[in-house]
Design a protein around this ligand. Structure first.
Ligand code: NDP
Length: 397
């Protein structure tokens, strides 16, 4: 049906490569390209069957990307490198007539700030070129946004309160590690909290607001209000929302490590001089922390991510909770990576599949909730991320 180019041979890229390789009726040719080709080769070898071709590319160099796109000629690129590469890869896609999908919005290297404005600004260029750009097609953002769209389509006339709840109840046995790229993860969780209320953003100190929430099959976990990128597009695309918040669980151990890392300056993104050369503290930290891709082997427990929604259906108030639980061990057994990479890579693969099938083909730049959620929900159940709905339950929020 179509040709897929995956950029980024990390934990998420590994899952995309595995899943796409298992769908030959959709992805007839697959290439995995990344900064370090040996990582691509190792993944391709594990998958076997000569399903995956590999290439070396620095995706920050647009001419290099253009050259690769011109030689392989994919129908769509899945960008699971880092958010810094988003605009460069989008530029290369425009130059070569290739559609685009990612799982995290653009972030400039020198500023710990992420927002959609930079990518939304590409709308006319993608539309005029007849190309589709699908933004935020991981789990959160991604499935959480699709859950919201599905709830709006089938269960509510108006959504008023949206709480996205993200619990990782896994134990990787390490004193401190991040579940995806440490640099991006630490930048995300150390910033100020922010949520939407009555038409405006309310700011909080980092981790200032927290409460225990009960997660299915897991139990109670302290959950912290943080800002997460899908809130920006969801309040725009569902204007009836009065309040939108994002909650993530952290252990005391994790928060203590994070506080120390910040206090001693290791989360810094400004260069410092070290032994005659400049280094960026958070980059150095990444180099000494466990590689998230290696956590899977001993990872026990599961993740539980979902949306708790309150709103109106047929004139009556209703509550609704939709979620997926994903086992780290099951994810590892299937793909060699833990559940955080798995829950991101599977939705990215589904998004590209729906694009190739013409179901999610729409020239322009769109967040995932702007597409029909139904075919996506069907594929989640088929491809390893089954979801559960609860109606009129206590959503605790
Ligand atoms: P990793 O750090 O494990 O992998 C990133 C990969 O991208 C690495 O292989 C890296 O290469 C490669 N890369 C980095 N820079 C470049 C470049 N300039 N050119 C080519 N390749 C490059 O990250 P993850 O797999 O954990 O995460 C991937 C993406 O998924 C991130 O953007 C992250 O924010 C996003 N994500 C989204 C989630 C969601 O639910 N929406 C959840 C989790 C992650 P090298 O090996 O040489 O360093």
């Amino acid at each position: 049906m179509g040709k897929l180019l995956i950029i980024g041979a990390g934990g998420v890229g590994t899952v995309v490569a595995h899943k796409a390789a298992s769908l030959p009726e959709v992805f007839d040719e697959i290439m995995l390209a990344s900064r370090t080709i040996s990582k691509c080769d190792a993944i391709a070898e594990r998958i076997g069957g000569k399903r995956i071709r590999t290439a070396q590319v620095d995706a920050d160099k647009v001419p290099e990307m253009v050259k690769l796109l011109k030689s392989f000629k994919p129908d769509i690129v899945i960008n699971v490198a880092l958010p810094y590469q988003d605009l460069h890869i989008m530029d290369a896609c425009l130059e070569t007539g290739t559609s685009y999908l990612d799982t995290a919005n653009y972030e400039p290297l020198d500023e710990a700030k992420f927002e959609y404005s930079w990518q939304w600004a590409y709308f006319d260029r993608f539309k005029n070129a007849g190309l589709t750009a699908i933004l935020g097609c991981g789990f959160d953002p991604g499935v959480t946004s699709i859950f919201t769209a599905y709830a709006a389509k089938h269960h509510f006339n108006e959504i008023h309160y949206l709480d996205i709840v993200d619990c990782n109840a896994g134990d990787h046995g390490k004193p401190f590690a991040t579940n995806f790229n440490p640099e991006i993860n630490i930048r995300e969780v150390t910033q100020k909290g922010k949520y939407w209320e009555n038409g405006q953003w309310i700011y909080t100190q980092p981790h200032e607001i927290h409460k225990p929430l009960t997660y299915p099959n897991i139990g109670q976990r302290e959950s912290y209000l943080i800002y997460h990128e899908e809130l920006e597009s969801l309040v725009k695309n569902f204007p009836t929302i009065k309040q939108a918040r994002f909650w993530m669980t952290f252990s005391q151990e994790y928060l203590t490590h994070l506080r120390v890392i910040q206090n001693i300056g290791m989360a810094g993104i400004e260069p410092v001089w070290f032994e005659g050369r400049e280094i960026i503290p958070i980059r150095f930290l990444k180099a000494v922390l466990p590689d998230p891709g290696d956590l899977g082997k001993d990872y026990k427990g599961e993740t539980s991510i979902g949306c708790r929604i309150r709103g109106i259906k047929n004139g009556k108030e209703k509550t609704y909770y939709i979620y997926n639980n994903c086992s780290h061990q099951a994810a590892y057994n299937e793909t060699g990576t833990q559940a955080v990479s798995y829950t991101t890579g599977v939705p990215a693969t589904i998004g590209a599949m729906l694009y190739l099938q013409g179901i999610w083909k729409k020239p322009g730049v769109y967040n995932v909730e702007e597409f029909d959620p139904d075919p996506f929900m069907v594929q989640l159940n088929k491809l390893g991320l089954p979801w559960v709905e609860l109606h009129d339950v206590d959503i605790e929020l």
